[in-house]
Design a protein around this ligand. Structure first.
Ligand code: PEP
Ligand code: MG
Length: 324
């Protein structure tokens, strides 16, 4: 099986009926790029920058961040590199003074909420990202958006960072695109409004499942209830994909669900054409893509979306995955 997978490494991820699917990689540190290349990913769909901030007592300055982002952009040689702004709090605690403990960290001051509350911290990261965009194809991704107001404040701060670079005569990609993570149920329900004001969307199923099903993603005692096939999860994913299609904006899934080959055909059938995952899953997901007939999968996915209980969805999916 491993041998078979290796053989498709340089094969393009195209369905039987000729639709090209983007298989992107998730990374946490610049050193992960080597694995991305080995796996044959077409770009980076999620660079979790918080790892640069974790397990240390100080905060990386603009130069240190710039060098990390630039290294990834250059190593990817013009392929897209989607860099997510700081997502700390909850399961990703930082040993610095910027994070205060609270009763429900997953519901607290994390990700974009923290960045908007700490504009200087955010400004430094935005400047570093913009500077690095001169050296490759960088896209900016905002985590944990819940309201349009957060998005508009973010855009204002991004514009301010651009202005400060122009003033300093430092080059950056003037056409840099801005995307948002859809990982809070409220954002998925309102996905059209976000798609309208963003260049692209990326569905974070890890948090979307946690918040929709009220299941702590880090709590083993409820891990058996954590199920991507809950009909409400599928509905939220489908709504988000449809919003993107309607407004002509690309949508990807970058949570763990994207790297699980059992879900590939279902996601393709729901209209998804971009998946971002740990590099080790690229080949097994590609194998599913190569055996997918999109037109047929769309018909089947519509049936699955009409089912209302998990057991029936699971049964249906097993059949679905047999389809060539
Ligand atoms: C997600 O929530 O699905 C996601 C991709 O982000 P993270 O796992 O870093 O929270
Ligand atoms: Mg998340």
């Amino acid at each position: 099986e491993q041998q078979k997978l290796k053989r498709i490494k340089s094969t393009k991820a195209v369905t039987i009926d000729g639709i090209s699917i983007d298989l992107l990689a998730n990374i946490e540190v610049p050193e992960d790029v080597a694995a991305v290349k080995l796996a044959g990913a077409t770009g980076i769909g999620l660079y979790r920058t918080e790892f640069l901030f974790m397990n240390r007592h100080d905060t990386p300055d603009e130069e240190e961040q710039f060098l990390a982002y630039k290294a990834v952009a250059e190593a990817m040689k013009g392929a897209p590199v989607t860099i997510r702004t700081l997502d700390i709090g909850a399961d990703k605690q930082v040993n610095s003074d910027t994070v205060v403990s609270c009763a429900n960290p997953a519901l607290g001051l994390r990700a974009i909420r923290l960045c908007l509350a700490e504009p200087q911290l955010f400004h430094t990261q935005l400047r570093a990202l913009l500077r690095a965009s001169h050296f490759g194809h960088i896209k900016i991704l905002i985590p944990m958006l819940c309201t349009l107001s957060e998005l508009r404040q973010t855009k204002l701060l991004l514009e301010r960072a651009k202005q400060s670079l122009r003033k300093d005569n430092i080059p950056f990609d003037e056409n840099i695109t801005l995307g948002g993570m859809i990982e809070i149920p409220a954002a998925a329900i309102n996905a059209e409004a976000f798609a309208n004001e963003l260049d692209f969307l990326s569905i974070g199923t890890n948090d979307l499942i946690q918040y929709t099903l009220a299941i702590d993603r880090t709590d083993d005692a409820v891990a058996h209830l954590y199920n991507p096939l809950h009909p409400s999860i599928l509905k939220l994913i489908s709504m988000t994909i449809k919003a993107g299609i309607k407004l002509g904006k690309s949508v990807s899934v970058c949570g763990e669900m994207a790297g699980d080959a059992r879900f590939t055909k279902l996601l393709l059938g729901m209209g998804l054409q971009q998946l971002s995952m740990h590099p080790s899953h690229i080949l097994s997901v590609k194998q599913q893509v190569l055996h997918s007939q999109l037109a047929e999968l769309k018909v089947q996915a519509r049936k699955v979306l009409n089912l209302t209980d998990i057991e029936k969805i699971e049964l249906n999916l097993a059949k679905f995955n047999q389809i060539q």
